[in-house]
Ligand binder design. Structure first.
Ligand SMILES: [Zn+2]
Length: 284
């Protein structure tokens, strides 16, 4: 089958109490690893490309690889842009063949975020592409968030309700204590806030920066209503560690396939592990 939007994947996930993993891809080996893991687990899957991935691999290459992967896959596959920065860029992704986009207007005041998201949705929905937006500020791990800052940075449940009502967005990324990159300590998620948001908002909720969040916390968040979980850092770690092992064992190795092959295998293993934690095995 071809690439599918994330809308039905996430609605089914929310209804049945699991989450679909959204895994970042940067090169051919990671695209192949994501598909191989999803097929082995018989799980739906979301491949996503970040700004960095598009810059590194090129928009056409990413789209072409994902299309081939989806056409040959026996499970539903979506291609999604992670943190789309502007209307123009998101339109380029749609034209290139992405089945889903994220428009990140979280740095804007609420009204402007709503207006930008609505503008993207009007075009995307007309051509069958799903849209994720973000409300609240998801930190980098370098950001130390103090308790008194939570209300300013984390997603406000009432604002989430307004946002969803006014935009009709397909998935909403929220800030409840996760961060992008490698964590220094163990992240503490604001489950009470998540519960409140889910009680006010029907739209599937997205958790960003989920590498390094303990499995138990991820399971609890999914139980409360998170339907899409983003993983990037864990794949990078597994991929590069496997490459490093090969090169440490034989500094004279010059065959890229012998370095990248084991890295691809390591990525498959970590993605399968995450899919099992998310509960989406056998849900394809
Ligand atoms: Zn993110």
């Amino acid at each position: 089958m071809g690439l599918v939007p994330i809308t039905e994947l996430l609605q089914k996930a929310k209804k049945e109490g699991y989450a679909v993993g959204a895994f970042n891809c940067n090169n051919m080996e990671i695209v192949q690893a994501i598909i191989a893991a999803a097929e082995a687990e018989k799980s739906p899957v979301i491949m996503q490309a970040s700004q960095g991935a598009i810059k590194y691999a090129g928009l056409e290459y990413i789209t072409a690889m994902a299309k081939i992967a989806a056409e040959n896959a026996s499970v539903p596959v979506a291609l999604h842009i992670d943190h789309g920065t502007s209307f123009d860029q998101v339109m380029q992704c749609i034209r290139s063949g992405f089945s889903s986009v994220m428009i990140d207007g979280s740095k804007l005041p609420l009204e402007e975020n709503i207006a930008l998201t609505k503008k993207v949705i009007d075009v995307a929905h007309a051509v069958g592409v799903s849209v994720e937006a973000e409300l609240g500020k998801i930190g980098g791990t370098e950001d130390d968030i103090h308790v008194d800052e939570k209300d300013a940075l984390f997603t406000n449940p009432e604002e989430a309700k307004t946002f969803v009502e006014q935009t009709g967005v397909d998935a909403l990324a929220i800030a409840i204590g996760t961060a992008h990159g490698q964590y220094k300590g163990t992240p503490e998620l604001d489950f009470a806030r998540l519960e409140k948001i889910v009680s006010l908002v029907d739209t599937p909720i997205v958790l960003h920066g989920s590498s390094g969040v303990p499995d138990e916390a991820i399971r609890k968040a999914i139980k409360l209503g998170v339907a899409k979980v983003n993983i990037d850092t864990n794949i990078r770690e597994a991929f590069v560690e496997a490459m490093r092992d090969v090169l440490n064992a034989d500094a004279k190795e010059i065959d890229p396939r012998k370095v990248l092959g084991p890295a691809r295998d390591a990525a498959i293993a970590i993605i399968r592990e995450k899919i099992r934690v998310f509960g989406s095995s056998n849900k394809a």
